[in-house]
Design a protein around this ligand. Sequence first.
Ligand code: IPM
Ligand code: MN
Length: 356
Amino acid sequence: MSKILVIPGDGIGTEVTEVTLSVLKSVGEKNQIEFTLERALLGGCSIDAHGVPVTEETMEKAKQSDAVLLGAVGGPRWEDIEHHLKPERGLLELRKQLDAFANLRPAVVYPALADASTLKREVVEGVDIMVVRELTGGIYFGHPRGKEQTNGGEARAFNTLVYSTSEIERVAKMAFEIARKRRNKVTSIDKSNVLESMVLWRDTVTELHDRHFSDVTLEHLYVDNAAMQLIRRPADFDVMLAGNMFGDIISDEAAQLTGSLGMLPSASVGNEGAIYEPVHGSAPDIAGQGIANPIASILSMAMMLRYSFDMDGAATQVEEAVRKVLDNGYRTSDIYEEGRTKVGTEEMGSLILGEL
Ligand code: IPM
Ligand code: MN
C-alpha cells in the first residue's frame, strides 16, 4: 500500500490540493493502486490550532509516509509572529527532518503558453530546465545565526553560509544522474569569486565530475552571471545545480520563463521520504476565490507518482492530460490571454480529469 500524507497548508494551498486529490483518486482507480491518505496541518493553520507551525505528530506522520503532498504555507496573518514560530519554519523543519536534501524544480515552457511569458516567444521556446537545489543546508540552516544588541546599542544580525564536502557531493551526484537521463549537461552555480564556501562547492562538483561523471558536460557560472544568462539564453540550460539560497532565487526566475509560477511543480527527495509541492506560495491575494491554478500541484503529484511510486506511465498520462487541456485553450487567470477560455480552479481540475 502507498501511504501519502496530505498537507494542504494555507491560502490557495488548500484549494489546489483538493483538486489534485480528485485527480489522484482517478489515477489510483485506473491503475488499481490503493493510496492511503492521511491529513495533517502545517504552517499558519497549525499555528492557529496548536500554537506552533508544525507539531511532533505531523512530523511523525510525515516520517511514516512514503510521500508528503503539500500545498503551500504562510500568509499575512502570521507575518508578525516571532521568527522561529513563523509558518515557513514548519516547512523548513519538515524538509530538514525528512532529510529531503535535493529539491528538483523542472521549468518547462509549453508551446501553448510560450506567449504567456514576459520574454519573447523565440527566446523561451524549447526551454526545458531542471533546477536541482540543495535544500537542507547552506545559509538557511547554518550556525551561528541570530540577532543581538552591540555595545553601541545598535542591532546586529547574522547568518552563516556553510557547506561540507558530503553535503555538496550528494546533491551534485543527484544532478549528474538526472542530467544523464536528460540532455547530459550540468551548470553549477556558485559565487566562488567571493565566498570560501562556494570555492569548496566548485572544487567538490568538479572533482566528483572528473571521477564519476566525466561523460556529462559540466559548466560553472557565478550566480549573478547565471541570473543574466537565464533570461538571455534559457534554452541552452539543461540541469542547473545550486545551493539552497541561490537555488531558491534561480528557480523563481526559471519559473517566470514559463509564464507563470502557477505551472511549476517540485519534488524534494532524500533519505527519509519525499515532499511534493508546487513552487508557488499560498498567494493570499487570490486565496478563497476559486481562481488559483491547480496545475503546479497536479504536476507535483505526477512527480510523486514517478519518483516515489515508480509509476512512470501514470505520471506521463497526467502530464499529457495537462498538455491537452492547455492545447484546447483552457486557462486559469494567471495564464489567461485573449481568445482563450478562462476557467477556475475546480473546472481546470475537471478538464484534466476528463482528459485522463
Ligand atoms: C520555496 C519558498 C521557501 C524557501 C520559503 C517559503 C521558506 O520560497 O520553497 O522556494 O525559501 O525555500
Ligand atoms: Mn522560493
